[in-house]
Design a protein around this ligand. Structure first.
Ligand code: ATP
Length: 234
């Protein structure tokens, strides 16, 4: 469904993506792991049309979206839940969720999806009328994921969903990512938390300085000596 071929991105003189190729097949969870600065966020931004590509091809549902505008990429069903919990602090939880659905017109289904978000994240329901800016970091992260779901994406891209969360909340977030995938949403996940990201992944890629250096099923990479040494601290 999402297919990237030979993608190259430069920031001025910095060659941030050096010909990466990857695929997110239907109904799967794909993880991208790598150290700080490896190019993970840049990959997601390039897919969304937020940074210029100097070479390569991006196709979604067999449609070439390499040069498409971000709004059209969102319209085609891809959503990026960026790092850093970018919720609207002066709006309530309910308003933040409603805004996630602003491109949709199917009112009844929007209501149902909001219910579903509240089922996934009961804490958000308890705090429905609270201003998002007053939520804890973990709650804001949940809201950011919930808002992304409200756009009814075919592909949900998550940038570091576990960043800065307490270990128990991290477990929750990963179990919810699994439930979202079970409901039919494809997931492309980038994570510093390599262990959790590989455990949940159907397939995963390792990035180093702008290139993909290793790929395999989550299980295969968890068992790889290289991954164990470099990313799992074993
Ligand atoms: P992190 O987990 O730290 O965000 P990452 O793997 O997501 O790391 P990127 O943010 O994609 O890495 O960065 C890849 C490279 O591109 C890094 O060397 C980074 O310094 C550089 N870079 C990222 N954004 C810009 C920018 N706007 N201008 C110039 N260089 C940038």
């Amino acid at each position: 469904m999402l297919k990237i071929e030979n993608l190259n991105v430069f920031y001025g003189g910095i060659h941030a993506l050096r010909g990466i190729s990857l695929e997110v097949p239907d109904r799967k969870i794909i993880s991208l792991i790598g150290a700080n600065g490896a190019g993970k966020s840049t990959t997601l931004k390039a897919i969304m049309g937020l940074v210029p590509k100097s070479e390569g091809k991006v196709a979604f549902d067999e449609k070439d979206i390499t040069s498409a505008q971000t709004k059209d990429i969102v319209g085609s069903g891809i959503v990026l839940c960026p790092e850093g919990r970018r919720v609207f602090p002066d709006l309530t939880i309910a308003e933040n969720l409603t805004l996630g659905a602003y491109l949709r017109k199917d009112k009844e289904q929007i209501k149902k999806d909001k219910q579903w978000v509240y089922e996934l994240f009961p804490r958000l329901l308890e705090r429905e009328w609270q201003l998002a800016g007053t939520l804890s970091g973990g709650e804001q992260q949940m809201l950011a994921v919930g808002r992304a779901i409200m756009s009814k994406p075919k592909l949900l891209m998550l940038d570091e969903p576990s960043l800065g969360l307490a270990p128990l909340v991290v477990k929750d977030i990963f179990s919810i990512i699994r439930q979202i995938n079970d409901a039919g949403v494809n997931i492309l996940l980038i994570e510093q938390n390599a262990k959790a990201a590989l455990e949940i992944a159907d397939h995963a890629y390792v990035m180093e300085t702008g290139s993909i250096t290793l790929s395999g099923t989550g299980k295969e990479l968890l068992a790889s000596d290289l991954v164990k040494k470099a990313y799992l601290g074993e």
